[in-house]
Design a protein. Structure first.
Length: 430
């Protein structure tokens, strides 16, 4: 009897790291979706007077909650040191980028702000890595995302119908439970991918629910009138179709490597045609009542590009540019009264904050991700989040923005691949 009791106690304590990791993961993504701010708040409109109170300030509850989750997740990694070391050795370039971003804090004009934002970014990685090393499979995470989205998406649809404040009137776009239509667009796009991921072992009822949620996600995506998210969704559909053709038609004939190379060339060519053909771009924008400046984004990019030249090699410091006390921000806000808090071009923010060195490290990270993906056997559906967010960041900036919806999906999808890849290497299959 004493032996049984001792065994039960030992088993319980051995499960504590796993429980902590998975609980932290769920709580984190729950609050990323739901947020801690009051929904339906009045938005700052172009032409309105600017004040410091109009800028989103640090939320003390967020700071306490997320810091607590970072600590719990870090503690749960202690028992998985071997897996963590193998993950870092296999992945490399994200780790280098994180290290370089940390070093950039030392020359940031706002070192404390840079450190806090870096800690948020690093902490997100800790939460995801902690959960992944305790999941039996990386796809187990889908259940957590689905559990949140199965309630969030229908409630958002009901909110749009019933609550006047859920519509951003001046832009004729839905905001739902979020503060801005582009955020709803990103959530809808991520939800669309989550529910579109095929699962062969699910029941007919689950498949029917997935189809309904895919349809609701599409409705919210279109209703948000976020042109960036809608265009990205269209590109996703075309690229996904190309991958389907690659697998069924070309792979049996010319092999996996050459057929995938063909798909990548086609995808980048399509993207280049859309971006550089001004007639096509103008027609697409006119459908949504937008002009060729992308609602002022191009003018903003020109202003930020001038700033990057001041610290071109090493950047101004991670998270050290978009700070209210920065005199340059005062000048930018005098030009752009819609108060941008990012460059709305993810790669430009990386260049501005971490310099050419950081941008090269990030580029190598993406290059080797896709190179290793070619070597990996299996579908690995998480790659779609990587592709979508990379496209999305042509006119949004979420790649290194702490706690952004599409940014956390990008980070998790990246970690999910290398978690699976390193696990496969440990088992000797690669």
């Amino acid at each position: 009897m004493e032996y049984i009791r001792k065994t039960i106690v030992e088993n319980f304590f051995s499960q504590i790291p796993s429980i902590l990791a998975k609980t932290s993961f769920f709580i984190y993504i729950f609050f990323i979706f739901v947020g801690t701010s009051r929904p339906f708040q009045e938005l700052i409109m172009p032409g309105a007077e600017i004040s410091d109170q109009d800028i989103v300030a640090s939320n003390p509850f967020n700071q306490f909650l997320f810091s607590f989750l970072y600590i719990l997740s870090f503690l749960s990694l202690v028992s998985q040191r071997r897996r963590v070391v193998e993950f870092v050795r296999t992945e490399k370039f994200f780790s280098f980028f994180i290290l370089w971003s940390f070093l950039s804090i030392f020359w940031s004009d706002f070192a404390f702000v840079s450190f806090k934002r870096w800690l948020q970014y690093f902490g997100t990685g800790i939460i995801f890595l902690s959960a992944l090393v305790h999941f039996e499979s990386v796809d187990e995470a889908l259940d957590y995302f689905k559990l949140i989205l199965i309630f969030y998406i229908p409630i958002t649809v009901a909110t749009v119908v019933l609550v006047p404040g859920a519509t951003e009137a001046s832009f004729a776009g839905w905001t739902g439970l979020t503060l801005q239509k582009n955020i709803l667009g990103q959530i809808s796009l991520m939800s669309l991918i989550v529910w579109a991921i095929p699962t062969t072992d699910e029941s007919l009822l689950k498949k029917a629910a997935a189809i309904i949620l895919v349809c609701l996600s599409i409705v919210l995506l279109i209703g948000s009138r976020s042109i960036t998210c809608i265009l990205t969704g269209g590109i996703l559909l075309v690229v996904a179709s190309a991958f389907k053709v690659q697998k069924i038609v070309f792979q049996p004939i010319i092999g996996k490597f050459f057929s995938l190379t063909l798909v990548f060339v086609f995808s980048f060519s399509l993207l280049a045609i859309i971006v550089f053909n001004l007639d096509i771009v103008a027609s697409l924008f006119s459908l949504f009542g937008k002009d060729m400046t992308l609602t002022g984004r191009i003018d903003l990019w020109n202003s930020i590009l001038l700033e990057t030249k001041k610290n071109l090699l090493h950047g101004c410091g991670f998270g050290g540019f978009w700070v209210v006390d920065n005199p340059t921000i005062d000048f930018i806000y005098s030009q752009f009264t819609w108060l941008p808090n990012r460059a709305h071009l993810g790669y430009l923010d990386i260049l501005n904050e971490t310099g050419l060195i950081g941008l090269v490290l990030f580029g190598l990270m993406i290059f080797y991700y896709f190179l290793n993906l070619l070597k990996f056997e299996g579908p690995h559906y998480w790659k779609w989040f990587i592709i979508v967010v990379l496209v999305l960041n042509i006119s949004e900036s979420t790649l290194i923005a702490p706690n952004s919806i599409s940014g956390i999906f990008f980070t998790f999808a990246y970690f999910a691949f290398y978690s699976e890849y390193s696990r496969t290497k440990l088992s000797g299959m690669i």
